[in-house]
Write a protein that binds this ligand. Structure first.
Ligand code: NAD
Length: 318
């Protein structure tokens, strides 16, 4: 396989929050796609979410009813990794974020795919080089990091491992453009890459402010939605500083910076939620309560919000 045009068939390993959405993106773009997980019930859950999400895309006129039906016809599910990847030349791994588990999956992928297939991981921030360690062909491993919900969020982070080849990089990059995503590149591998380092820096401060009683969870969310969300959809931190004035920013940074959280511990509130099993939308309880809704309804409500914002962003980018 020498070009993006040679990709014929996709496989996605894992059908959870990310896996089902990535499979949905590929099938919507015309690729026969096979989705794999360890249990049929997980695959059924993934397919239910795909159906619900496609309905939202149809009702918001992102795709037609016919395209949605065709996408559903192109997707298949299996609990066998061998069956999932056979005949596929681009595989995306989206299983639980554990290095050992991912390494095991990649060893299997190496066994069951042809030599020139590309093996991508959706890891949030594990080093690609570590995931590919021990493989005969680490040159064909790359990070293609989608964001939740993958069928809507445009940006995809592309991460090269130390041994990722130029061919692998070029094909993965071109693929993201071909499926209508906006790729951005991590030049030098680092834990958490670009996106999650930025997100965590902000998230740490958000938890710190709530812990200190400075603001409620709701108001921290509103602050980001109503100010930074719109700002960052238009300008990044560097353009923003140009528009605010670097001299003024220097004055402000000087007195605020010393009081910004530099904690290296997971916030207590997160650990408490995990211990209780209140792990968020997928459990219908997290920092907010979703118990009144089924999982698909929660997803539809979330997606309607994202779709409205995406429509606005598309007009801003023109
Ligand atoms: N949730 C997010 O917002 C997000 C965003 C970007 C990247 N990621 C990354 O994407 C990956 C998947 O995250 P998620 O949020 O979808 O997790 P998830 O827990 O929702 O889903 C993981 C899925 O992997 C399956 N799985 C576990 N072992 C498996 C195996 N041996 N074979 C096949 N499937 C297996 C699980 O059954 C589960 O369905 C992780 O690496 C995560 O860090 C997550």
């Amino acid at each position: 396989m020498n070009s993006v045009e040679d990709i014929r068939k996709m496989a996605v390993i894992g059908s959870g929050v990310m896996g089902h959405g990535i499979a949905e993106v590929y099938t919507l773009n015309g690729y026969p796609t096979s989705m794999m997980d360890v249990k049929d019930e997980y695959l059924d859950r993934g397919m239910r979410q795909i159906r619900a999400e496609l309905k939202t895309l149809v009702s918001n006129e992102f795709v037609t009813e016919g395209q949605s039906e065709e996408a559903l016809n192109r997707i298949s599910t299996t609990t066998s990794i061998k069956d999932a990847v056979e005949g596929c030349n681009f595989v995306t791994e989206a299983v639980t974020e554990e290095l050992k588990l991912k390494r095991g999956i990649f060893a299997e992928l190496e066994k069951f795919t042809t030599d020139d297939s590309i093996l991508a991981t959706n890891t949030s921030g594990l080093m690609i080089t570590k995931i590919a360690q021990g493989l005969k062909r680490p040159d064909r491993v790359i990070g293609t990091h989608f964001s939740v919900p993958p069928h809507i969020i445009p940006g995809v982070e592309i991460i090269r491992g130390k041994r990722t080849s130029d061919r692998t990089f070029k094909i993965a990059y071109e693929l993201m453009k071909k499926i209508g995503k906006v790729p951005f590149v991590v030049k030098k591998e680092i834990d958490g890459f670009l996106l999650n380092r930025l997100q965590l820096a902000l998230g740490r401060e958000a938890f710190y402010l709530v812990e200190k009683g400075v603001a409620t969870i709701e108001d921290v969310d509103i602050c980001l939605n109503s100010v930074l969300g719109l700002r960052w959809a238009t300008v990044g931190p560097f353009r923003q500083m140009d528009s605010a004035g670097i001299d003024t920013a220097t004055k402000v940074w000087r007195y605020i910076l010393p009081s910004i959280s530099n904690s290296r511990r997971i916030p207590k509130a997160m650990l408490e939620k995990v211990a209780k099993g209140d792990v968020g939308m997928k459990a219908r309880k997290g920092f907010y309560d979703y118990t009144r809704f089924g999982l698909e309804d929660v997803t539809v409500e979330r997606d309607n919000g994202f779709v409205k914002t995406l429509k606005l962003m598309k007009t801003l980018w023109k």
